[in-house]
Design a protein around this ligand. Structure first.
Ligand SMILES: *Cc1c(COP(=O)(O)O)cnc(C)c1O
Length: 365
């Protein structure tokens, strides 16, 4: 049996007639950017996130950097985040001229709130918690800290659309929250796409302007902007898929439960759901000291795995230039050596999940 880490064509084939029809409708309409499909999906994303506004953007990275700009982050400011993320989180901070300031992670891979306070200086203006693997960070503690020090909060919810914590959805906690619909995310476009959501009208209007060259509603340009619009084709595709999101997320959770049940008596460290969490399992990450040997063994058995992420951001060459070195963040650095992401997507069959479990159990730990 061959099991791909991800197989995007399976989902496409399950929706093919609807997708082809939606694409044809957009192409026939002659309206390809900033049209009715965009407005409609923005309303649906805002409603999913319990926010007043959503802004469709070219990708999730721009969503974060535009959000930082829109809340007033300026060159010289500091923004606190976690080095256990995709590079784009830190890039977005650097892109507005601010400095990323890192804080170590908890065992669940999210930012450790108890280590944030010691990093706050007079230059700190915002915190970006990342909901890594589809599990929401400890937002109650983080938003309380942010209030105390008058900081803004931007959720990097790129991996967490539809996730909940204490029954509150990803996107509903921050001053602005950002999503990616990159092909590898739980809800994905056929190309790049992203959203920022907010309750703040002024932030919303700034985002609308930033994505379209800085034009304001009067058609004047009062600041430099960008070209980063979610196009009508991707908006129409996402509109077909959004109604399935809950079903897909539930299936991801079910597969995670199957992995956890099947591997509970091995020496692997497995993800744990707290009772107040509804993680969507963008990734199912196990940990073992024998990570590389296990990965090679599974590869020989036809099972693809990945490491998310092999090099923490502070140890990338660009991170080193910020003054970081090995040993700065012991938890994140330990995870980088032991983590392994197993295949997990809604279209994975029970037979395939059982095959992965069976093969892992054959490995000599
Ligand atoms: C994917 C991702 C991003 C960037 O999103 P793009 O749409 O690829 O630009 C940012 N942060 C995290 C945590 C991500 O996983």
């Amino acid at each position: 049996m061959k099991i791909k880490f991800i197989d995007l064509s399976r989902q496409y084939l399950s929706l093919k007639p609807q997708i082809i029809e939606a694409i044809d409708n957009v192409l026939c309409s002659g309206h390809y950017i900033l049209g009715p499909k965009l407005s409609s999906i923005e309303n649906q994303i805002a409603s999913l996130c319990h926010t007043k506004f959503a802004v469709g953007l070219g990708n999730g990275s721009d969503a974060i950097s535009f959000s930082l700009k829109a809340i007033g982050i300026q060159p010289g400011d500091e923004v606190i985040t976690c080095p256990n993320s995709f590079i784009a989180t830190a890039w977005a901070i650097a892109a507005v001229g601010a400095t990323p300031v890192f804080v170590d992670a908890l065992e669940n891979f999210n930012i450790d709130p108890s280590k944030i306070e010691e990093k706050i200086t007079s230059k700190t203006k915002a915190i970006i918690p990342i909901h890594l693997t589809g599990r929401i960070a400890e937002m109650e503690t983080i938003t309380t800290l942010a209030k105390k020090y008058n900081l803004k909060v931007i959720e990097d919810a790129a991996q967490a659309i539809g996730a909940k914590r204490n029954n509150q959805p990803a996107g509903s906690w921050g001053d602005v929250s950002c999503f990616s619909m990159h092909p590898l995310k739980n809800l994905h476009a056929y190309g790049d796409a992203g959203f920022a959501v907010t309750n703040n009208q002024q932030v919303y209007e700034t985002l609308i302007s930033l994505r379209n060259h800085g034009f304001n509603p009067k058609g004047e340009v009062d600041k430099w902007g960008f070209n980063s619009r979610l196009d009508e084709l991707q908006a129409a595709i996402l509109a077909i898929k959004l109604p399935y999101l809950e079903k897909w997320n539930n299936r991801c959770r079910e597969i995670a439960r199957q992995y956890s049940a099947g591997l509970s008596d091995t020496s692997l460290i497995l993800p744990i759901d707290q009772p107040n969490e509804e993680a969507i399992y963008h990734r199912y990450i196990v940990q073992t000291q024998q990570r590389d040997a296990l990965r090679d063994f599974l590869s020989d058995e036809g099972i693809e795995t990945r490491i998310n992420y092999p090099v923490p951001i502070h140890l990338q060459p660009i991170g080193i230039t910020l003054g970081y070195k090995p040993g700065c963040f012991p938890v994140v650095e330990r995870h980088a050596k032991t983590i392994l992401s197993l295949p997990l997507y809604p279209e994975l069959t029970d037979k395939e999940v059982n095959y992965v479990i069976k093969k892992i159990r054959e490995f000599k730990f």
